[in-house]
Design a protein around this ligand. Structure first.
Ligand code: KE4
Length: 432
């Protein structure tokens, strides 16, 4: 696909030209590259509430929200205040601080399956540590994941992963030894029989199943009725741990995350994004008898220079407390419903083959006739058309995730007017 800059010789384009000389692809994370939608990345200068402002002064209604953290919008006053206060006391101590305990207690209170939690610096670190712990606790080696699910870029996960890998059409990454990838088994999501077959063949050797309870990295895909309960049952029956990756869904789709929404109890949960209020963070936690195997209480090693960073902790505490003490979820649900219903009406009115999927705070659409139950269904989508729509939306001031294989994120500060404008731009873009 030829990549044509949205507007030639803009400041953004010129910065991108510089960036490509010193950073692979000119970006620090592939999903931001926008090549999959036939555009250049847009360099942003400022964010506020539900808006982003690029280096050329264009304003966008933001449906990425930093890929999930900005559930209360950018620069929420309570989050900003928490960071500014924390700054008065320093930026990093290299020693424990009270905020780490406050956030850990808050997470345990909001997500009762978590009796003990360890802070890390990214969702990748959370997920890679969780599978190491599962392997140590069960003394087994196999990891089961699902096609299109993405758990960060640790070696064991780069097997039929979603997000940037699905976007770039990479099924596994060079540099990951075959000896390692053969210990990861990936099966289609929403396919009970495929998972049962894996347990039948390998049951005794499966250390864990790691799953996105709602898939946000293959586009947005919801679990079919009873599916998560079946995954739980198979794990329980074979002694494999169930790791639910809530890096994206945690504290977004419901106050207690997807495990609250679907009433499924994992052995371990991975978190990130929202719990850092926009600062680098990740966490993994779960049953105390498992977590106590982590050093220094146990011998499973995991560490991090900036883990529990006071700024990130205070930002996360402020964001979670604000979520708890406000009607944010009510607003989030209302905003999501309005956008989803509007999109479905546009598809019907304009006779466009389109699947619209939504859950509180997240939305996705696929240009395909197929009901999207898994990655293979998602891959039947017209990604060329998606690119055209994306470029048209960007030119109309709507910043949508630049890939068919991502989910969009709504905040509690998007207004009715924003959503009406978004729907108008979507209809014009789809019709054009
Ligand atoms: P990070 O290492 O990027 O903080 O988290 C990895 C991760 C783990 N689990 C889930 C369910 C995730 O969605 C992610 C990261 N999500 C992507 C968006 N699809 C982050 C954006 C990016 O890669 O730049």
């Amino acid at each position: 696909m030829t990549v044509t800059p949205l507007v030639k010789a803009t400041k953004s384009h010129l910065i991108f030209e510089r960036a490509k000389l010193v950073t692979p692809g000119g970006v620090n994370s592939p999903v931001r590259a926008c090549a999959a939608v036939g555009a250049e990345p847009i360099f942003m200068e400022k964010a506020d509430g539900q808006y982003l402002f690029d280096v050329d002064g264009n304003r966008y209604i933001d449906y990425i929200g930093s890929w999930g953290p900005m559930i209360l919008g950018h620069r929420h006053p309570r989050v900003l205040e928490a960071i500014e206060d924390a700054l008065q006391h320093g930026t990093s101590f290299g020693a424990p601080n009270r905020a780490e305990v406050d956030l850990a207690e808050l997470i345990c209170q909001m997500m009762p399956s978590i009796e003990m939690v360890r802070m890390v610096n990214s969702g990748t670190e959370a997920c890679m540590s969780a599978i190491r712990l599962a392997r140590a606790f069960t003394k087994k080696t196999l990891v089961v994941k699902f096609d299109g699910c993405y758990h960060g870029h640790a070696d064991s996960f780069l097997v039929k992963a979603g997000s940037g890998m699905a976007t770039l059409g990479i099924s596994s990454s060079p540099g990951v030894p075959e000896a390692l990838t053969k210990l990861t088994i990936s099966v289609p999501y929403n396919d009970e029989k495929a998972l049962q077959a894996v347990f039948k063949e390998h049951g005794g050797d499966i250390a864990c199943v790691i799953i996105e309870p709602i898939v946000g990295n293959a586009g947005l895909i919801l679990p079919e009725d009873g599916y998560l309960a079946k995954v739980r049952e198979l794990c329980t029956g074979s002694g494999a741990l169930l790791i639910i990756d809530e890096v994206m869904t945690g504290f977004r789709v419901a106050p207690g995350g997807a495990q609250d929404l679907y009433k499924v109890k994992p052995d371990l949960t991975c978190l990130g994004k929202i719990i850092g209020g926009g600062l680098p963070v990740g966490a993994y936690g779960g049953r105390k008898e498992i977590m106590e195997h982590i050093a220094p209480s146990g011998s499973v090693y995991q560490a991090g220079t900036l883990s529990g960073n006071p700024l990130a902790m205070q930002a996360g505490i402020a964001q979670l407390r604000t979520l708890q003490q406000s009607n944010a979820y009510e607003i989030l649900k209302r905003n999501t419903d309005m956008l989803a219903e509007g999109l479905r009406a546009i598809a019907v009115k304009n006779i466009v083959p389109m699947q619209v999927v939504d859950v509180c705070g997240m939305i996705g659409f696929f240009f395909t006739k197929a009901k999207v139950k898994n990655l293979a269904d998602a891959q039947t989508s017209d990604t060329e058309f998606f690119g055209k729509v994306w470029r048209s939306l960007a030119s109309k001031g709507i910043y949508w995730p630049p890939s068919q294989f991502e989910s969009a994120f709504i905040s509690a500060v998007h207004t009715k007017t924003d959503i009406e404008q978004t729907l108008e731009a979507l209809e014009e873009s789809i019709k054009s």
